[in-house]
Ligand binder design. Sequence first.
Ligand code: ATP
Ligand code: MG
Length: 213
Amino acid sequence: MEKLGNLLEAAADRQSPRLTDGPGKKPLPPWETANKDPEFGRALDIVRQYAAFFEDMKARNIGLMLEGPFGVGKTWLLKHLASYLDNQALYFQAGTLLSQIRDSFSWDPQERRSFMDRLACKPLLILDDLGSEHQTDWAGAELGRIIDERYSRRKPLAISINRLDLLDNYQVRVIDRLSEVCIPVNMERCPNWRHQLRSAKREAFHAITGLEV
Ligand SMILES: Nc1ncnc2c1ncn2[C@@H]1O[C@H](COP(=O)(O)OP(=O)(O)OP(=O)(O)O)[C@@H](O)[C@H]1O
Ligand SMILES: [Mg+2]
């Protein structure tokens, strides 16, 4: 009887929907968005595939580098990636991380060490807006050291950068190194999504007040 139960269970298992939707394929993260722009769609596809295949990306030390102007959705993509990967990833706005590193010098040494270890060892470190922070002080050097350490430990990073031409020499060197291990996601031609949001707000204001703004 128990054997029959096992057989039935195994048969039900075979019929249950598979997690994969084809050989070697993994389900993509369900990130719905009203932004149907094809250029943004390309970037979205890359980041979703990266998330779905993160175990393979991790094993091969493959990172991501999102590059593009203001408002195109870089932060939106990186935050979705962080939340999908959950405790496999650490997300920081680069400037905020620098302040935390600066603050950490006054913490309990053990607490500081565990914070720095997490930065070096997390499967994925996500640094948003790299290059927007000021790299001139020792906290900046510390950030460079974390990036170097992950590089030598073969641990990937996912970063976003805005304008390469605004970076100083030190930042250019760091980003040049990262470009060797990160898949480039060029968002240069994506529309500024903030413009869409602004129009929607203006229309809503008009609908409420009757005033054109
Ligand atoms: N795909 C999307 N769906 C819905 N909202 C989005 C999407 N992409 C971006 N947004 C919204 O548009 C605004 C700008 O996006 P985001 O902050 O991600 O741009 P960014 O490229 O990081 O800009 P910046 O270079 O200024 O940091 C935000 O309010 C964000 O929530
Ligand atoms: Mg951003």
